[in-house]
Design a protein around this ligand. Structure first.
Ligand code: B12
Length: 670
């Protein structure tokens, strides 16, 4: 039973004019509340006690998709998203620049180099006169070649009509600047000679427009450090880990040569009239895994926070990913605001854990996972129960700004947003009381992830090969295999006792959060190369691949890091794989199944909006009479076992290691 349950539908019948008339700069009913939303947010950031919890939902994605589809709530039909927020009495969410609304084409033209300037920025940029920029545009693609005195590099970005309709705000980088070691020097040249200059007129105008209804964050950059910048922009997300390993020297040199650019940004935002600086995005313990985060990101967050704090400014980072492995690192990084924090059930960290561990040092912004707004994912009762839980979990409410993490999804039940706003007004006075707070049942979260690596059982004869797999040393493993073969050791033995035994250890470490993406990718790459050397020596049964897996990310979805990891791990244990890429339409899956005749079709989706595509693919397989010929496995952060069953898939796996186990199981069932 949920106490005080207010049926969201009942709220819809409130006369809209009554609601709108009652708001005064977010001062709530009849303007009786003491503070404006701007004052509340600033107090929360400073660690002081506002009169009540600020609530600032991010609406852009939801708004853009619903405007396109003509499905805005009736009472807000002709409003902008700021007008909607104001009418509802919510604080304006002024954090992410409107990436697709540049003032002039150059503002976001250089997205693939991460050189951006918007109305929300306080600086502009100028390339050196000896850098010649050649632009070719067409069909939603922009190809740019940068000619410099030390060579040329090119990039291609994509932004299609469909992406615009879906409300996507980021570009897709199809061709990255760094393809091989020679490109590093060219990119370094561009950055060493780039000039930043103060240009804050538009920012000041924007700040004035926001007024007392919110706090404008200015974009320093979506990357928090030079190395993070290289990772986010210059290399394909998965290839980054190979480059980081293979071209370590070049990468280090490039990161160092970009230090001046980052120092200049700190200087520019430090000397401006901004209060809060957006410093880096998409922190996630897989992508920005702990060792990388600590070595290559934290020092720059600390530097920016130290310098900017002395100038009376605050640093905010967009922490929208899985933060379990980064909990202590983020807390101790010096950042002042962790924005877009997305708790369980969307990630592994419950809201009470976030608040308990972080709120003495930094301000939390977010806390309401976006799936809570979706009727298909969460019932009205579960939604209410989460809100009750949240209000207790964040007592007394200091250092907390409520928001939807990371953004309101296109199919959100609007009345649930309204309900949060009402609850904040009625029950959000600070200090909140925890009462007899009993946390929802969540799996226990470890204090800090301190890897206790699962030890390998060394097999003396194969020790070197095992070690090569663990180290991901692709050159050494081939040499060691050759010498074992030369000594007459059987290929089957090398594969089983040397390679697979070590790969299993890596998989298990990854599953337990003791190893991260780079280790797995490098080990799997070493395995792939080594298997090729062994192939001619393997007996008939071993020679055939374990099975063929066709895999792709569904239509509308551009996330590919997880899918690529699954592919690499499958390949590592001997599956033949066909990568269909990202944004794959249903007919393309069907055509590929007909053509490649795989044993398994793997579908990946990271967005709640694209999950239904998985069902569409399965239904189409059935219609075409292909369903019995192929097993379907699904995965991706929002997918779960139940969803997989509901849509008629043959299996679901939560991560790369489980995907391997599942694929083996499905093959046995054939
Ligand atoms: C990195 C990232 C991005 C990058 C993607 C880069 C890339 N090349 O992939 C960029 C910045 C481009 C991006 C864009 C967007 N993103 Co994003 N992104 C993330 C983030 C932070 C990490 C995802 C990731 O790679 N994790 C690491 C990998 C290893 O894990 P994984 O993908 O889950 O994969 C593992 C398992 O799921 C499984 N698995 C995966 N696929 C498969 C397939 C099979 C067959 C099997 C068996 C298993 C399996 O195994 C994998 C390996 O262990 C997540 C946060 C999160 N919690 O997931 C948000 C997140 C997914 N993004 C989100 C959003 C909203 C967006 C945007 C709409 C933002 C915007 N306003 O434009 C766009 C959408 C673009 C599009 N149309 O796809 C939301 C989605 C919310 C939702 N549930 O719908 C999330 C959850 C952030 C949040 N906190 O709300 N994003």
């Amino acid at each position: 039973m949920v106490p005080n349950l207010i049926i969201p539908q009942a709220l819809a019948s409130f006369p809209p004019f009554l609601k709108d008339a009652s708001r005064r700069n977010g001062r709530g009913k009849k303007g009786l509340e003491k503070m404006t939303n701007r004052e509340r947010i600033l107090k929360a950031i400073r660690g002081e006690m506002p009169d009540r919890l600020p609530f600032a939902p991010r609406l852009d994605l939801w708004y853009n998709a619903n405007v396109q589809a003509g499905t805005l709530p009736e009472r807000h039909k002709n409003r902008t998203f700021d007008q909607i927020a104001r009418a509802e009495g919510w604080a304006l969410h002024k954090i992410n620049p409107e990436y697709q609304k540049p003032r002039k084409p150059e503002d976001n033209l250089h997205w693939a180099l991460g050189i951006l300037s918007y109305k929300e920025s306080v600086f502009g940029f100028r390339f050196s006169p000896d850098v010649d920029v050649e632009v070719k545009e067409g069909g939603g693609r922009t190809k740019i070649t940068y000619h410099t005195p030390v060579g040329s590099v090119s990039t291609t970005t994509v932004y299609t009509e469909e992406m615009r309709k879906a409300g996507v705000s980021n570009f897709w980088v199809e061709e990255h600047a760094l393809k091989g070691p020679k490109d590093y020097r060219v990119v370094a040249y561009i950055f060493e000679n780039l000039k930043l200059f103060r240009d804050d007129r538009d920012f000041l105008k924007w700040k004035e427009e926001i007024g007392e209804d919110g706090v404008p964050f200015t974009l320093a950059g979506r990357a928090a450090s030079p190395m993070h910048h290289i990772q986010k922009y210059f290399v394909d997300a998965t290839d980054f880990y190979f480059h980081y390993h293979d071209y370590a020297k070049e990468m280090q040199a490039l990161a160092e040569s970009m230090g001046g650019f980052f120092d200049e940004i700190i200087q520019q935002v430090g000397d401006s009239q901004v209060e809060v600086v957006y410093w880096g995005a998409n922190f996630d313990d897989m992508i920005t895994y702990p060792a990388f985060f600590e070595k290559d990101i934290v020092p720059w967050i600390r530097k920016a926070a130290d310098i900017l704090e002395r100038k009376g400014k605050y640093v905010s980072c967009h922490c929208d990913g899985e933060n379990l492995g980064l909990m202590d690192l983020i807390r101790d990084s010096g950042m002042h605001i962790a924005e877009a924090i997305t708790p369980a059930p969307m990630t592994k960290v419950p809201i009470e854990e976030y608040y308990r561990r972080w709120s003495d040092k930094l301000t939390l912004f977010g806390g309401i996972p976006s799936i809570l707004l979706l009727r298909e994912s969460i019932s009205d009762e579960e939604f209410e129960a989460y809100l009750d839980h949240l209000f207790k979990a964040i007592a007394p409410g200091r250092r907390m700004i409520l928001g939807i993490a990371d953004s309101t999804p296109p199919k959100a039940v609007f009345e649930r947003l309204v309900r949060i706003g009402e609850k904040v007004e009625k029950e959000g006075r600070l200090p909140l009381e925890a009462g007899a707070f009993r946390p929802l049942i969540h799996p226990a979260v470890p204090e800090a992830v301190k890897p206790v690596l699962r030890e390998i059982v060394w097999d003396e004869e194969f020790r070197q090969v095992q070690n090569d797999v663990l180290e991901g040393d692709q050159a050494a493993i081939q040499e060691h295999i050759q010498s074992l073969l030369a000594k007459g050791v059987k290929a089957e033995e090398i594969l089983k006792r040397g390679m697979l035994s070590a790969m299993e250890v890596i998989s298990e470490r990854f599953k337990n959060g003791e190893a991260f993406i780079p280790e797995v990718l490098l080990s799997a790459r070493a395995m792939n190369g080594a298997v090729k050397v062994l192939q001619p020596h393997l007996g008939g049964t071993q020679r055939a691949a374990k099975g063929k897996v066709l895999i792709g990310t569904v239509k509308g979805d551009l996330h590919d890091i997880g899918k690529n990891l699954v592919i690499t791990m499958l390949k590592g244990v001997g599956f033949e794989t066909v990568d269909l890429g990202i944004d794959v339409p249903t007919p393309a899956f069907i055509k590929a199944v007909e053509e490649h005749k795989p044993h398994i079709l793997g579908l990946s989706a990271l967005l709640t909006t694209t999950m239904p595509q998985m069902q569409a693919v399965i239904e189409c397989l059935t219609q075409k009479g292909l369903r019995d010929r192929v097993k379907v496995m699904v995965g991706g952060a929002p997918v779960n076992e139940k969803f997989a069953r509901d849509i008629g898939a043959d299996g679901y796996a939560a991560d790369g290691a489980d995907a391997v186990t599942l694929a083996k199981k499905l093959i046995r069932q054939e």
